[in-house]
Design a protein around this ligand. Structure first.
Ligand SMILES: NC(=O)c1ccc[n+]([C@@H]2O[C@H](COP(=O)([O-])OP(=O)(O)OC[C@H]3O[C@@H](n4cnc5c(N)ncnc54)[C@H](O)[C@@H]3O)[C@@H](O)[C@H]2O)c1
Length: 450
């Protein structure tokens, strides 16, 4: 491409670099490849890069055929060589933004990525941060690191000021991908875009306009960063609300699932959220704390976030109490009982166990002296994680004899592939945290909802 301008980012045939080929980056890379661009996936994990270049997938809902098609057509390839960034027209950053040991934002991946771009940054290249983060990250953290490469991206307030050096474009656009969602894929989900200056915002809006149905421009990177956090905090707070109401309903002898389903018939002003064994996934249990951390800089306490966090983190403890009481009814103690946890993924039908409440449940059950095993069709074996070591555990088969050999079967994730009639019929006791057994007609008095 000749000189890059905001308008030129609406052309086909651009060279797009995607940094971080995970749940967010890989589908994005394939979408750009599908729409007539040349895409390079940059990742620090050589095993992932090799797999991608062989046309293989490591994410269940992304097929190997999709990847292989673009590798063979040379519209997609992966690399660990960040020097190739200099050839890109646009570079999109999709690296992790977890919490550290003190539950504070860990921006080391974003910082490392900005540092690896800086020496290769070219004039009029467009850099977009997609990772979820607190308002201010793009301008306060990413911008100064990138500018160390010698080029500038003036803030809107400085725009028009004479600059002796070349300039680049910088924007933030949050990713809203919901892995495994069959109704809304990347192309259908509107994309919020905010630039460090208006030229950057336009460049990013033009680029995304080619791959998504709708672009929603906002006035700043901070507004775009905050919009993503609002979406996830909204979910976190509402899940906490139904989790708390579930505890009250149980005490009152009211079926919370019936209550939610009936309330959801209201055609306006209500959106159903469902209780569960605790929060899971990379986003909802993590992202709200990015805002509460940043809010402290402004002497501001984000009380809704803290309260929701308190309620949601107490849910696995509540489930273990329910298992203990249900065993007690059968004259058994938790200590020494054999418990089968069904589902370790954080939600149904996906191969992702990040922050999964099942991991906490297994830990609490083991601490109570239970002998714990698990089944999950998406995880034949478990591995060592940051907070847990289940490296010796393998998924047990889900047959009649195995189910009957456990004192309690705990439904933690409601995978669609489970045969709940068979599970209830064969088990001595079922504790159901997801209302997964609602269609089982013969409960035989063995199912406890919690
Ligand atoms: N997974 C989701 O559903 C989802 C949805 C919306 C937003 N997000 C946000 O998107 C971001 C990415 O999440 P994800 O789920 O794709 O993470 P992921 O762990 O699946 O993928 C991240 C990838 O980045 C690579 N990586 C790490 N450091 C790198 C570096 N310095 N340079 C290049 N590659 C590097 C990793 O090897 C990995 O392949 C996070 O900020 C997350 O909060 C995730």
């Amino acid at each position: 491409m000749a000189a890059r301008t905001p308008e030129s980012f609406s052309q086909k045939g651009l060279k797009i670099g995607i940094i971080g080929c995970g749940y967010v980056g890989l589908p994005l890379a394939l979408r750009f490849a599908e729409t007539g661009h040349h895409v390079w996936g940059f990742d620090t994990d050589p095993a992932k890069v090799e797999k991608l270049n062989r046309g293989e997938s490591y994410i269940k809902h992304i097929s190997a055929e999709q990847i292989a098609k673009h590798v063979h057509a040379r519209s997609f390839s992966a690399t660990t060589d960040f020097a190739k960034l200099r050839d890109m027209d646009a570079v999109l950053i999709c690296v992790p933004t977890p919490l550290d040991e003190r539950r504070e934002p860990d921006l080391s991946y974003v910082e490392d990525t900005a540092r690896s771009i800086a020496p290769h940054l070219q004039a009029d290249q467009l850099i977009i941060l997609e990772s979820t983060t607190y308002p201010g990250t793009t301008e306060e953290l990413v911008l100064p690191i990138l500018e160390k490469g010698g080029l500038r991206c003036p803030l809107e307030s400085e725009h028009g000021a004479k600059s002796s050096t070349g300039q680049f474009f910088l924007a933030f656009s949050p990713e809203r991908e919901d892995p495994g969602n069959k109704h809304f894929g990347l192309a259908q989900i509107p994309k919020v875009v905010g630039g460090v200056n208006s030229a950057s915002g336009k460049a990013a809006a033009n680029l995304y306009g080619q791959v998504v149905a709708k672009v929603v421009p906002v006035s700043s990177t901070r507004a775009a960063e905050m919009a993503k956090l609002l979406e996830n905090i909204f979910r976190c707070v509402n899940i906490a609300l139904v989790n708390e109401l579930k505890l009250l309903c149980q005490r009152m002898g009211v079926d919370v699932w019936e209550v939610i389903d009936s309330a959801a018939t209201k055609p306006f002003g209500f959106m159903p959220f469902y209780p569960g064994p605790g929060l899971g996934g990379h986003c909802i249990p993590v992202d709200p704390y990015y805002l509460s951390w940043k809010a402290r800089e402004y002497d501001f306490a984000t009380r809704f976030i803290e309260l929701a966090g308190e309620i949601n983190t107490s849910m696995p403890y509540h489930v273990v109490d329910a298992v203990t009481r249900a065993l007690n009814e059968q004259r058994k103690s938790l200590k020494g009982s054999r418990i089968l946890v069904l589902g370790v993924a954080y939600k149904k039908d996906i191969d992702d166990l990040r922050e999964s409440p099942s991991l906490k449940l297994m830990q609490l059950l083991q601490e109570g002296g239970a002998l714990v095993e698990y089944n999950d069709p998406y995880f034949p074996a478990l591995h060592k994680m940051r907070h847990y070591d289940y490296s010796k555990m393998k998924s047990v088969p889900l047959d009649l004899a195995t189910l009957a050999s456990f004192d309690c079967v705990l439904v933690a994730t409601d995978h669609s592939s489970y045969d709940y009639d068979m599970i209830v019929a064969s088990s001595k006791l079922v504790v159901d945290t997801r209302n997964a057994t609602r269609r089982v007609s013969k409960h035989h008095g063995k199912v406890v909802h919690c």
